[in-house]
Design a protein around this ligand. Structure first.
Ligand code: CAO
Length: 415
């Protein structure tokens, strides 16, 4: 264990440069290349990175100080036993050899600013830092490569859209304080299924303009019918959950509104209309959320749909589902009805353009035909891609679902 003194590096022409930000705190665990302070002259501003990993013992500067080459910034305890809290990711990073080209020493960083290759105002630097972006990786579009807010946004967007497996770990947001400073913590790896679905969710949420329409469907008659179902031979109760009815109603709505059963390609400006009805449904498994499809639902009775829902969700929970079954869907249903809650904002599962969220049926007193009546209400939340589906069509789709599942529901004979 030794004390390393971190000094202001060679700043070229810069003299008596003002410290406008101190980005670290005494006692903080820092890594090599973490930014320590921001200096600003009349020409530009620059962040001075750490040259070592370690724990900060003492900070010798404060905002407003004027510094020059060789001035002491802080003292760092290096080679010390690190905090007990360590993620496997951080272990990996430390053990990995950083390729020569990627090592940016204080000197290199300062040089790049001197050459005005990566210059940016403190406000932009702060914004980039808050968004988890490294200013030195952002291509500046202003004169002499100065980075703008738009450059930062573009950089983050391109990072998100080029995301693949593990991307969830790539965008790093630096918290001002470590979680461990507030009490005991435990760090685990993000489960594989969540690691895989994360980038897909980010892509959907950031690229698709979602609109979510909420509605209440009166399914009183459907519930009476559903609960009355008995096996014709044994007389035993047939357990079919509302989801099978909803799936059937969804297919009927898709047949009427084909825009909901399409995918769009913004590169070629083409729309693909699907002539099949493969409904995806979100399955909660111990391994994470999975979204398998039930194929050709329009050809199935409600009982068959119910059996398929059970069979396919078991395959998911037993991890026996084929990967291909997660692809090629028309639209997805995310049902939380068996758990609870009413309305929520389901995230579209691209390349699909809509998703139906289903909440738990609840009793509601409504005024109907001059009387107060208790009715069974199904809360639904329909999210759709506003680039292809208009609000009016979204509303019509909900009305169609209401009619299919409502008083005169058409499925009695289809069980
Ligand atoms: N309102 C009231 N009760 C409902 C209901 C609703 N909307 N939907 C289901 N139920 C009841 C069922 O009738 C069943 O009751 P019984 O035990 O009395 O028969 C009970 O809730 C449990 O149903 P279920 O959840 O096992 O079955 P399902 O067909 O409704 O759903 C599946 C199947 C696979 C979708 C479900 O098990 C599941 O995984 N749900 C979670 C989906 C999820 O996580 N979505 C979020 C995605 S976004 O993160």
């Amino acid at each position: 264990m030794s004390i390393e003194k971190i000094l202001v590096p060679d700043l070229g022409d810069f003299k008596d440069v003002e410290i406008i930000e101190v980005l670290v705190k005494s006692g903080q665990n820092i890594k090599k290349n973490d930014s320590l302070i921001t200096l600003e002259s009349d020409k530009s501003s620059v962040e001075v990175p750490s040259t070592h990993n370690g724990v900060i013992k003492n900070i010798d500067v404060k905002v407003g100080d004027k510094v020059n080459k060789g001035d002491l910034i802080l003292s760092l305890e290096v080679g010390q036993k690190k905090s007990e809290i360590k993620t496997s990711a951080s272990k990996e990073t430390e053990n990995k050899e950083i390729p020569e080209k990627k090592i940016s020493t204080a000197q290199q960083k300062v040089k790049s600013v001197e050459g005005a290759v990566k210059s940016a105002s403190p406000k932009i630097r702060k914004f980039a830092r808050e968004m988890g972006a490294d200013i030195f990786q952002i291509a500046g579009t202003e004169r002499l490569g100065r980075v703008t807010v738009e450059d930062v946004k573009k950089h983050i967007k391109s990072k998100l859209s080029s995301s693949g497996e593990g991307q969830i770990n790539k965008t790093k947001y630096k918290d001002e304080y470590d979680h461990s400073e507030f009490g005991e913590i435990e760090i685990k790896d993000i489960p594989r299924v969540k690691r895989l679905s994360g980038p897909q969710l980010v892509r959907s949420w950031t690229e698709i303009p979602h609109v979510t329409q909420h509605d209440e469907i009166d399914i009183t008659e459907m519930e009476i019918f559903r609960k009355s179902l008995r096996d014709v031979y044994t007389g035993e109760k047939v357990a079919i959950t509302p989801l099978a009815f909803i799936t059937r109603a969804l297919v009927k709505a898709l047949q009427t509104y084909p825009n909901f059963n399409c995918s769009i390609d913004t590169e070629t400006n083409k729309i693909t209309f699907k002539k099949y009805y493969h409904i995806g449904f979100a399955v909660d498994t111990p391994h994470g959320l999975m979204v398998p499809k039930i194929r050709d639902v329009e050809k199935m009775s409600i009982k068959k749909i119910s059996n398929e829902l059970r069979r396919v969700s078991k395959l998911c929970r037993d991890l026996k589902i084929d990967k291909k079954e997660f692809f090629g869907g028309s639209m997805t249903i995310s049902s939380l009805g068996g758990i609870g809650g009413n309305f929520f904002t389901p995230i579209i599962n691209p390349p699909e353009v809509a998703i139906l969220g289903v909440g738990k049926v609840f009793d509601k007193i409504v005024f109907q035909d001059g009387k107060y009546l208790s009715r069974k209400i199904l809360p639904i939340s329909l999210s759709y891609d506003h680039r292809i589906i208009d609000g009016a069509e979204g509303a019509r789709f909900c009305v169609h679902l209401s009619q299919s599942l409502g008083k005169d529901f058409a499925f009695k004979l289809a069980v």
